[in-house]
Design a protein around this ligand. Sequence first.
Ligand code: FAD
Length: 309
Amino acid sequence: MSTLVIAEHDNGSLKGATLNAVTAAQAMGADIDILVAGAGCDGAAQAAAAVAGVSKVLVADNAAYEHQLAENVSLLVAEVGAGYDNIIAPATANAKNTMPRVAALLDVAQISEITSVESADTFKRPIYAGNVIATVKSADAKKVITVRTTAFDAAAAEGGSATVEAVDAVHDAGISSFVGEEVAESDRPELTAAPVVISGGRGMQNGENFKLLEGIADKLGAAIGASRAAVDAGFVPNDMQVGQTGKIVAPDLYIAVGISGAIQHLAGMKDSKVIVAINKDEDAPIFQVADYGLVADLFDALPELESKI
Ligand code: FAD
């Protein structure tokens, strides 16, 4: 059996999500190659070659792949992946765009956001916003899989010595082009990779009050998240949203402030190792999943917490 892992990267370096996908690939017990599709992506390719347990890194270095346009990358993955039993990618925004196209091109069903590998053809995955865990057995000869990164530890980034091979295939579908991007600059860790996350909800009342979270986040080296209600109210940008329709996080410590604990929010954070909730309503559902709960007004509790850390 052979598995092709699709690298998540920014050309210069490999994103941590790739390492989680490699662990899922290892659980399938097959030889693992990594495909790095990008432009000027030698840095990412070298990093992929250093990942423990990887046999070969295939590098498609072409302007057509520079911005990971799904229309182009999916054609490449379908061609290169044709020689593999499994094609696996972390369930990132990029892969969620690319992999269903790959599955369609290969005429197989995608198996989305697996959380465990039971055997070479059987996987677990959450459905109904994480309220049910389905066990899925695939009859497809070739498996196209995305991996929920929070469910798999990261493979060792060092210790491997994979060979690096160039892939010449150039696919430019000519139906999309990169116009530009606006990336929020932040000195804080990325939400999905941070060991500590502190999130604010509607209880924060406005965007200005999110400053109350910043001091604590600075002291804890935390990323700042938000509930959808806080995002929809315009307190903070939507890339901060945690939950079913936001980002899935599973940090060592998750602090929910002024968040009621709706199932759609829990779907994005309930696998956190330790959950702390601050809410003035002692009946708020968030306390049912919290390891530590503080029934308090956040405007009193946050300054006190910051002063004591
Ligand atoms: P509320 O439910 O209004 O809760 C605010 C909480 O703050 C209350 O518990 C209150 O007691 C507390 N509070 C108020 N003032 C204070 C104070 N001074 N001190 C302490 N506590 C205080 N939601 C998400 O978060 N993420 C998602 O990805 C998401 N996806 C969704 C997808 C769908 C299809 C749908 C239908 C909904 C989705 N939602 C999502 C919305 C979700 O159902 C809830 O509406 C939302 O999570 C509520 O956000 P909240 O807890 O901040 O607000």
